[in-house]
Design a binder for this molecule. Structure first.
Ligand code: ZN
Length: 431
C-alpha cells in the first residue's frame, strides 16, 4: 500500500512537465529545462518578463506555438517544484546546494508573477518578498526631512530645496554633443579596472545605443555569447555623476560582466542551462541590480572615483573640475534620499496615494524634477516593487561583501567576482 502511494505521488509530482519520460528520476538539468520553458511560456503573457534568453531558439518557438494559459503555467511550475523537492538528498557541495535553492526560489517567484498577472493583488512588501526574496525597510518623512535640511544649508538661494537642487545640478549636465566621448571614457575606466581583477573571455563585448521614450535611464540586454546591448535613454538631461554609474552598472563590473560570468562558469563550464534565461521579476534581479550598483564602489574605492572624475570625466564633458569635491559631497547626501522612492512606490502600489501624489512625493523627498518624477511613476507602473532591487539590493550586497572581505580593495574584488559567478539568493546574502 505504501509503495503504491509513493508511486501515485511521484506521478502527480511529474504532471505538467513538458517532456514525458523524465518523471522517474528527473535530473537537475531536466528540471532546469522545465523551468526555462516555463519562463518562456510566461513571456507570452508578460512582455517585460524575459530579460535575456540565449538557450535553444526552438524552445521559444515551441512555447509561442503552445501558448500555455496562466493556469497551466502555474500548475506546471508546481509540478516542477514537486519534482525538485523529490530530488534528495540535498547536495552538500555549496555551489550545488545554491543551484538547487535558486531553482526552487525562482520557480516560486514565477508562480507569484503568474498569480499577479491573473489578478491576485499583492501589497508592496508581499510583492517584493514573493518576487525578489527581500523586503525593504520603512522610513519616515521625518528621516528624509533631516537630510533635506542638511541639503538646504548646502544649497544657496531661495525657494524650495528641490528647485535649488535642480538649479545647482544644472551646471553638471553633460552636453549632448559630448555624451559619446564621456561614456567612452567612463566605460574605458570601468572596464580597465575590472579586467585587472576579473578574467573575462577574449571575445566579450557590447554595443552602445542611445534611445528615447523609456521609463528607465539605462538598460543592458544580454545577448549570449558574451555580448551585450547597452541602451542609454536621452529623454532627460544626463548629469556627470551618471557616467560612471551607467558605465559600471550596465557594463563593467555590472550587468554585462555578471551575465558573461554566469554564461562562462555556470552555463558553459558546468552545463547548467537555466542560467541562459533571465526572468526579470525574480530574485535574480535583486542580485543583478545590487551587484551592479555596488560594483561602482568596488571599481572606484574611496577617493579613486573623485580623482577619475576630476582628471578624466569632467574635462571630457567640458565641466569645471574644481567643483568635483563639492558636487560629490552634495550627491552623497542626496543619495541618502533614495529610500524615499521606495516609500512613494510602497504607498502608490498599496493604493494609499495616487499617481500625482506619488510624483509629488518624489519631487519633495527624492528631489526629482517634475519630469523625472513623472518618469519614475511610469517606471513603478511598469515594474512595481522592482525599485527595491537598486538601493536595498546594493545595501545587502555591500554588507555581504564587506562582511567577507572587509574594506580591502583586492579582497572585495575577489568576493565580488565569486558572488556574480554563483546563484546566490537575496536571502542567502545574510549567510
Ligand atoms: Zn540595472
Amino acid at each position: 500500500m505504501l509503495r503504491r502511494l509513493v508511486i501515485v505521488a511521484a506521478v502527480a509530482a511529474c504532471a505538467g512537465l513538458p517532456a514525458a519520460g523524465f518523471c522517474q528520476g528527473a535530473s537537475m538539468n531536466d528540471l532546469a529545462e522545465s523551468y526555462m520553458r516555463l519562463v518562456l511560456a510566461l513571456g507570452q503573457h508578460d512582455a517585460d518578463y524575459v530579460d535575456a534568453y540565449y538557450g535553444p531558439p526552438e524552445w521559444r518557438t515551441a512555447e509561442e506555438k503552445r501558448k500555455r494559459s496562466l493556469a497551466e503555467i502555474s500548475a506546471d511550475a508546481s509540478g516542477t517544484l514537486a519534482s525538485l523537492a523529490a530530488l534528495s538528498p540535498p547536495p552538500s557541495e555549496e555551489l550545488l546546494r545554491l543551484r538547487h535553492e535558486y531553482l526552487e526560489r525562482q520557480l516560486q517567484a514565477l508562480r507569484s508573477r503568474v498569480a499577479m498577472l491573473a489578478g491576485v493583488r499583492f501589497d508592496f512588501d508581499a510583492e517584493s518578498q514573493a518576487l525578489y526574496d527581500a523586503v525593504a525597510p520603512t522610513h519616515t518623512e521625518a528621516e528624509f526631512a533631516q537630510i533635506l535640511a542638511e541639503l538646504e544649508r548646502r544649497l544657496p538661494g531661495d525657494g524650495p530645496v528641490s528647485r535649488r537642487y535642480e538649479a545647482y545640478r544644472a551646471a553638471f549636465i553633460i552636453p549632448k554633443d559630448r555624451l559619446a566621448a564621456v561614456f567612452a571614457a567612463a566605460i574605458d575606466g570601468c572596464r580597465s579596472r575590472t579586467l585587472e581583477h576579473i578574467a573575462l573571455p577574449a571575445n566579450e563585448s557590447f554595443k552602445l545605443e542611445y534611445v528615447t521614450n523609456k521609463s528607465w535611464s539605462g538598460y543592458n540586454w544580454y545577448q549570449g555569447n558574451y555580448q551585450s546591448l547597452i541602451q542609454i535613454n536621452t529623454d532627460l538631461p544626463i548629469y556627470i555623476d551618471r557616467a560612471i554609474d551607467l558605465a559600471c552598472h550596465e557594463g563593467y563590473p555590472g550587468h554585462h560582466v555578471y551575465n558573461v560570468l554566469l554564461e562562462q562558469h555556470l552555463v558553459r563550464e558546468r552545463g547548467w542551462p537555466e542560467f541562459s534565461v533571465y526572468p526579470l521579476f525574480s530574485p535574480q534581479s535583486l542580485i543583478a541590480e545590487g551587484t551592479a550598483n555596488y560594483g561602482i564602489e568596488v571599481a572606484f574605492p574611496d577617493a579613486e572615483r573623485r580623482t577619475f572624475e576630476r582628471d578624466v570625466l569632467f574635462p571630457a564633458a567640458g565641466l569645471d573640475a574644481s567643483q568635483v569635491d563639492e558636487f560629490y559631497e552634495t550627491m552623497e547626501l542626496a543619495e541618502k534620499l533614495s529610500y524615499a522612492g521606495n516609500e512613494a512606490a510602497r504607498r502608490y502600489r498599496n493604493g494609499d496615494i495616487d499617481a500625482a501624489a506619488a510624483a509629488k512625493w518624489h519631487e519633495t523627498y527624492a528631489l526629482m524634477s517634475p519630469e523625472r518624477a513623472a518618469q519614475r511613476v511610469r517606471f513603478i507602473d511598469q515594474y512595481g516593487a522592482y525599485v527595491i532591487n537598486y538601493n536595498l539590493g546594493k545595501d545587502l550586497v555591500a554588507r555581504y561583501i564587506e562582511r567577507h572581505a572587509g574594506r580591502d580593495p583586492a579582497r572585495r574584488w575577489s568576493e565580488f567576482a565569486k558572488l556574480i559567478s554563483s546563484p546566490r539568493l537575496p536571502s542567502g546574502l545574510e549567510d
